[in-house]
Structures are given as C-alpha cells and as structure tokens.
Design a binder for this molecule. Structure first.
Ligand code: DC
Length: 222
C-alpha cells in the first residue's frame, strides 16, 4: 500500500523547496511532476520545433525517456541518458513549458509516467493537477499559494543562486503568463481540489510552511 501526499500550487509558491524538505523529514519519495513537462519542452527547444507543430511535440513526448535521481542535494534529471538538470530550468524552456504542457496528449503521456513513478511507494508529489487529476484519491491534499509579487521575488532569488540569467521583470511577467495559461488548460488546469487544505505562504518563512505541512501529514497518517 502506498501513501500519497499531493501538493499543488502556482509557480513560485514554494512547492519545490518545501516538498523536498518535508520528504526528507518524513522519509517520503519526492516527485516533482513539472520535471516531466520541462523535459518535453527542452526537447522542443533542442529540436527547434515550432509550438504549432503539436504532432511533432506529441511524438517527442511518446518517445521521451526520463530518469530522475532523487538525491539529498536535489533531483538529478536525465533525458535519454544525458544529465539535463540545469537545461530544464533555462529561460527558453521556462518560457514555453506551460504551452507544451497544455497539449492534451502530452498531458496523458506525462500523467502516465508520473503515476508509474509513484507506484507502490510512499510519495509526496508536487504539481498543478495532482490532487484533482493525477491522484484524486491522495491521502493528503494541499494547495500552496502566495501573492504574484512574493512568488516572483522568490523565483528571482532562486534563479540568481542557480546562475539563471533573468531580470526580475522577466520573472514576474513569466509567472503571470504561466498562471493564466496554467489555470485555463482544458485538462489538468491549476485549481484547488474541493478537499485540499489551502496554505497561504505569502508571509510565512520556509521553516513555518514545512512545519505546518508536516503537522497536517502527521495528523492524517496517525
Ligand atoms: O513546477 P514547474 O514550474 O517546474 O512546472 C513547469 C510547467 O509545467 C508549469 O508551467 C506547468 C506545467 N505543469 C503542469 O501543467 N502540471 C503539473 N502537474 C506540473 C507542471
């Protein structure tokens, strides 16, 4: 029997950092589902495929081989055996990933991969549609939120630490655009599941958010 914690939320809501820390603390395997869409988007960039060519993008998704090595220092991502951990966070990939993830057939293939990654394990899975679509029967459902300004500030700082070259304005615009696109998808749109617990992180520190989520999970697990 597996135990599933789903964490949904918009870009920059703190999902990534918080999920990894909660996973380490509770011995859960962390699955970042955004990685799967980022890998498809990276291939689209590498092969210079126009976004209108959905047939080609679906073919890329069908043939993609993604391996994720869950290390204490973060995920190492391999695409067809090549380490692409840094490339999947590039400006080019980030600017098209939401559109790539809007293609219905791409979503079906990625959701299949995501469910397989979690099979039979105790996991904490982060994304946009985890509690509504990928794992509607998750044992714990959480929606993390924060204001756009706060999320842009966090993502800008994170990018600087990772040497990703984007101005604050670029980050802010990208987050706003992705919010709009993520919320209006035909399938797998970013939305709050009816039974999700909403945690607004705007004025909370990472430690406070981590603590809050651990308390929620422990209560459900006991
Ligand atoms: O979490 P992230 O920023 O790495 O996600 C990248 C993109 O992938 C995001 O713009 C929306 C999409 N995504 C999605 O549609 N569904 C998910 N479960 C996870 C990510």
């Amino acid at each position: 029997m597996s135990f599933i914690v789903g964490i949904d939320g918009p870009a920059g809501s703190g999902k990534g950092t918080v999920t990894k820390r909660v996973a380490n603390s509770l011995g859960l395997i962390n699955i970042d589902t955004g990685i799967t869409y980022r890998c498809v988007a990276l291939e689209v960039v590498n092969q210079n495929v126009p976004l209108e060519n959905t047939t080609k993008i679906i073919e890329i998704a069908k043939n993609i081989k993604i391996d994720i090595d869950n290390t204490p220092n973060g995920d190492i991502v391999y695409l067809d055996g090549k380490n692409v951990t840094k490339q999947i966070r590039s400006k080019e990939v980030t600017s098209i990933v939401s559109q790539v993830s809007s293609i219905k057939e791409v979503r079906f293939i990625m959701v299949d991969i995501q469910r397989k990654l979690a099979e039979g394990k105790n996991v904490i899975v982060e994304g946009r549609d985890i509690c509504t679509y990928v794992f509607p029967n998750a044992d714990v459902k959480i929606y993390l939120d924060a204001s756009v300004e706060e999320r842009a500030k966090r993502r800008y700082k994170e990018n600087q630490e990772k040497n990703i070259d984007m101005t604050y304005e670029e980050v802010f615009d990208n987050i706003k655009k992705r919010d709009e696109n993520d919320k209006s998808k035909e399938i797998g749109a970013l939305k709050i599941a009816e039974d999700s617990i909403i945690v607004d992180t705007t004025s909370l520190s990472i430690d406070e958010v981590v603590e809050k989520i651990i308390d929620i999970i422990k209560l459900k697990r006991s």
